[in-house]
Design a binder for this molecule. Structure first.
Ligand code: C2E
Ligand code: MG
Ligand code: MG
Ligand code: MG
Length: 280
């Protein structure tokens, strides 16, 4: 995952090189220590409601500031965390922290909005996931309607088992989003069987909609399909006003991307939000 645009991505680049030198074994041992050392944090990226132009919600994205390696992208360490099972305690921390932060915003009288977190397939199939989630929600004091879970389809996914789990999760009062839709193993059968509230159109389809007719057609069709199934749509990777214009013309419900803001630490996100509310 070598990214070449922008200054801040240089760190990802060097971390990526570093990983190859140190290998997965060392990465794993540093990852094990990361939790005790408080090296994880959540960044928040705003999502904008196309109808009102107000904030719709925020996605919480995990960041690892490693003492040894610097800032490492989740694309680099999530796969290792999944392989080793470390994703379970890390994911539990993510759930707790997202609930805690959103409750804190409520207590400080920010306008209320849902925060979404990403769940890996391994977490989803944890036998006690629903109990753990319920416990975390209860202890945080957050109204569960302000929590959303993002899942991605995967090859190892069994449709019947997954829809059972998702139904149990929905009983906890949270919302479910299908992330990265259109990539990988997307199946219309899943779309029909899963109790999904939101479908997130993968950024790879959004990227070229200004110049590529096929991508425009695909995005328009995904939005129509979702809406016919009473599922709301969120576009990822919205970077330009052309993107915004096209997605609004297709009645996409929610927009997320650098055009509005990159993911920000909680304090910076608060400043962004206050400023956005002043101007919109
Ligand atoms: P994702 O859930 O699809 O998250 C969207 C990714 O797109 C984020 O990358 C975000 O920073 C990036 N992004 C947002 N807007 C734009 C844009 O306009 N243009 C471009 N080019 N990119 C944009 P990030 O934060 O590096 O996360 C990468 C992936 O790592 C996430 O993809 C998600 O699959 C995974 N991830 C992140 N946090 C967690 C977590 O807490 N748990 C788990 N299991 N996975 C996570
Ligand atoms: Mg996501
Ligand atoms: Mg995504
Ligand atoms: Mg992704």
């Amino acid at each position: 995952h070598v990214k070449r645009t922008g200054k801040s991505n240089y760190q990802f680049y060097s971390a990526s090189i570093h990983n190859r030198i140190i290998g997965n074994f060392e990465l794993e041992s540093l990852l094990r220590k990361a939790m005790d050392r408080n090296e994880f944090s959540l960044y928040y990226q705003p999502q904008i409601d196309t109808n009102s132009n107000k904030i719709y919600g925020a996605e919480a994205l995990l960041r690892w500031h490693s003492r040894e390696l610097g800032l490492i992208s989740p694309n680099e360490f999530i796969p290792v965390a999944e392989e080793t099972g470390l994703i379970v305690p890390i994911g539990e921390w993510v759930m707790k922290e997202a609930c805690r932060q959103n409750k804190e915003w409520h207590d400080r009288h920010f306008p209320k909005f849902p925060v979404s977190i990403n769940l890996s397939i391994r977490q989803l199939y944890q036998t006690d996931l629903v109990e753990r989630l319920n416990k975390i929600i209860q202890e945080s004091g957050l109204d569960p309607k302000y929590l959303e879970l993002e899942i991605t389809e995967s090859m190892t996914m069994d449709t019947e088992t997954t829809s059972l789990i998702l139904c149990q999760l929905k009983k906890s009062g949270v919302k479910i989003s299908m992330d990265d839709f259109g990539t990988g193993y997307s199946s219309l059968n899943n779309l029909k069987k899963f109790p999904i509230d939101y479908l997130k159109i993968d950024q790879s389809f959004i990227k070229d909609i200004a110049v590529n007719d096929d991508d425009r057609d695909i995005v328009a069709t995904i939005i129509m399909l979702a809406h016919n199934l009473k599922i709301k749509t969120i576009a990822e990777g919205v970077e330009t006003s052309e993107h915004v214009q096209f997605l609004k013309s297709q009645d996409c419900n929610v927009l997320q991307g650098y055009h509005f803001s990159k993911p920000l630490p909680a304090k910076d996100f608060e400043k962004w939000l206050i400023n956005w509310n002043k101007n919109n």
